[in-house]
Design a protein around this ligand. Structure first.
Ligand code: HEC
Length: 117
């Protein structure tokens, strides 16, 4: 193969490599930001927890119309159960569905916050 064809191929391959790294980096960043809401959003979620959830579960989440949401109270409940309860509510009870206000990632973040305030 003449040198003039090899050089462009090397250039393309080495650029591909750089792109591959770029893509991997973007994927990594994407997955981090996907389950961790931005700081402003986190503040919004803390407010929602205090005011909206607190309206039923108590301002300190010690219980009211709804049961307490303190770490001890949730210790034996699975993440899946809590995710389902918050996203879809509990039909036949006062617990409303929140899926039109909270994404799954935001809900998972809230569950982690409830477990480790
Ligand atoms: C209108 C009142 C009301 C609001 C607002 C409300 N909840 Fe509830 N929630 C309830 C009630 C009542 C139950 C108990 C349902 C049952 O009897 O199983 C409950 C149950 C739960 C449970 C399950 C607890 C357990 O011990 O199984 C979780 C978790 C929960 N709520 C989280 C939330 C979060 C997070 C919010 C805010 C985004 C919220 N709730 C807002 C009334 C409410």
């Amino acid at each position: 193969m003449p040198k003039s064809t090899i050089l462009p191929i090397i250039t393309v391959v080495s650029n591909l490599n750089r792109w591959a790294w770029f893509v991997v980096l973007m994927l990594l960043c994407g997955s981090v930001s996907a389950d961790e809401p931005a700081p402003a959003k986190q503040q919004e979620l803390r407010n929602l927890l205090k005011h909206d959830c607190g309206a039923c579960h108590g301002l300190q989440l010690k219980g009211g119309l709804g049961p307490p949401l303190l770490p001890e109270a949730l210790a034996d409940k699975s993440d899946v159960l809590l995710l389902d309860t918050i996203q879809n509510g509990r039909p036949g009870t006062a617990m409303p569905p929140w899926k039109s206000f909270l994404t799954v990632d935001e809900t998972n973040w809230l569950i982690r916050l409830l477990r480790q305030p």
